[in-house]
Ligand binder design. Structure first.
Ligand SMILES: [Zn+2]
Length: 324
């Protein structure tokens, strides 16, 4: 049984083999007699290619013959309904890839167009008012190494100017601005600060010693009024003042060779230089720190530490430099 079966299978195989060969020979013969045979290259989207032998000339037929199915997202070149051309190549590619390439090209062209021809630039005249900040000038008339006071001699005021611009806009965005005119409406006023040596009155028991140098420095740059005055001296005794505490009418503690009492024409704090007393401990420099009921404006009373020194000073008519 087994031997018989093997034999029959062999016979069937032979028959099939011979028939295939016969069919092939017949087919080739028929086709060869019909038209010429071409070698056509089919290029697939994946990148590989195959060369087939065909007697067909229509692309659709060549593809069908080779069981090549075109998917909806694929495209055939040359057109599937045309005949094979001289290149004898059929290229199958993905539609999406081609589209993306096309859109990129469109984009680049659009960008160039924007930069080139289709940009609209508008011009506008803009007027702006701008403040001109004032400058601060400092005049230092203080003596080096002394405590100083800042005094504003003049307050600063900002100026104002009008600036006219020509501005260029591209799609509402300013791209260029040029000044075409500038007009000053108001000039700024500079601020002037004077730094001078602090004049310390010894008020409230704060006994700060004011040196003659400090006093002279505090009036540096000022022009004194030169007046001949009747000068006398006093002390804190009851005979001289009617008070005994040595506190002057300015509230400052009277100090020998420093404090003077003067008439109301000379404000408290007025510095007076008496050249004739330049050899005294204060170098001749006094400060009006007291008042006296009987003191007229051409008279000063110099404070002394003791009644006897006040008496011995006596009365003198002396030239005074008054710094107000
Ligand atoms: Zn006295």
């Amino acid at each position: 049984m087994k031997t018989d079966e093997k034999l029959s299978i062999r016979i069937i195989r032979k028959i099939v083999f011979i028939s295939i060969i016969l069919i092939c020979i017949l087919t080739i013969g028929v086709k060869a007699s019909k038209s010429e045979v071409n070698y056509v290259t089919i290029v697939f989207p994946e990148g590989y290619e195959t060369t087939v032998m065909t007697s067909n000339i229509k692309i659709a037929d060549i593809l069908a013959e080779n069981h090549t199915i075109i998917l909806p997202d694929e495209i055939v070149y040359p057109d599937i309904n045309s005949n094979i051309d001289l290149t004898k190549t059929i290229t199958i590619s993905k539609i999406t890839e081609e589209k993306s390439v096309v859109s990129e090209q469109v984009e680049s062209v659009t960008t160039e167009e924007i930069l080139g021809k289709y940009v609209t630039v508008t011009e506008k005249i803009i007027v702006e008012q701008v403040e001109i900040p004032y400058e601060t000038i400092t005049k230092d008339v203080s003596k080096e190494g002394t405590e100083t006071n800042d005094k504003v001699l003049q307050e600063g005021v900002n100026g104002l100017k009008e600036i006219k611009y020509k501005a260029k806009y591209q799609d509402e965005v300013e791209i260029e601005r040029n000044v075409i005119a500038e007009t000053i409406i108001r000039e700024p006023v500079e601020k002037i600060i004077q730094i001078s040596t602090k004049i310390t009155s010894r008020s409230g028991g704060n006994r700060t010693v004011v040196s003659p140098e400090t006093l002279s420095a505090s009036v540096e740059g000022m022009t004194p009024k030169v007046v001949k005055m009747n000068t006398s001296a006093y002390c804190s005794c009851a005979k001289c003042t009617g008070k005994t505490n040595g506190i002057t009418s300015s509230g400052a503690h009277a100090k020998e060779w420093h404090t003077v009492a003067a008439g109301s024409g000379y404000p408290i704090g007025t510095v007076i230089y008496v050249p004739a007393l330049a050899n005294k401990p204060n170098g001749g420099w006094f400060v009006v720190e007291d008042r006296g009921g009987a003191i007229s404006n051409n008279r000063i009373d110099i404070y002394m530490g003791s009644h006897s020194s006040a008496i011995s000073f006596g009365r003198r008519s002396l030239e005074c430099y008054v710094y107000e």
